[in-house]
Design a protein around this ligand. Sequence first.
Ligand code: SF4
Length: 235
Amino acid sequence: MYTATNKGFSIITSFGCGRNCKYCISKLHPILSACISQEDNIDWDRLEKCISETKAPEVNLSGGGDPFFEWERHRNFYLRIYEVARHYKKNLAVHSRIIPSDVELLKLFSKFAITVEYYDRNALLHLKDNMPHLQGVEINVRVVQVVNEMMTREDCENYVKFLKIECGVPRVTFREMFGSEPAQANFARLRNIDLGDGVLFLPDGDYHDYYFLHDNTLYPCFFGRNEESRQAHCI
Ligand code: SF4
């Protein structure tokens, strides 16, 4: 898990997304909003220079959209970023809702944070079906739930129970929602529940050393240069 002292280097892929989450931080972003990355526009020399200079132990693919959206079309991108990361002795991590069926693709990643809603039964069953597939490639899986204003203690307990017992998921993160006061108040109520080993309540914040955007710009914070720019985009 990334912490304030162990930050990853994040590449914001902006490949698109088939969902419409109400808490989507990317939709509020002044550059990312409604933007789709074109792989041809990536300045690979600049990106490689940034990766060579970061102290982050990992390169993380994140969104701006879902990094595995239409993953079949982006194999060359994953392979190329893997080669660059490996050259600088960094692991590759990804944060997505989509579980690709391609084992060789999954093997490029050392960590996979999968967002699965507690309320989405189909997504939970899909994860359960795919866990043997993920365990087979020895990828380090963590499942993420963004805490909304309605989630209860019982919901958290049932979610963890299902993931650990039914799916064999070792790590679960309850993430504080960006910018929503009712959801943040609920997170504050829930965050001290002891749900056992491997379960973390993670406050909202920037957990990356730098953010490399689809237009080859680099930011120290997701929303720009500092915490003020982040707060300015709260809902
Ligand atoms: S899946 Fe991610 S990128 Fe897509 S709408 Fe939801 S939060 Fe936004």
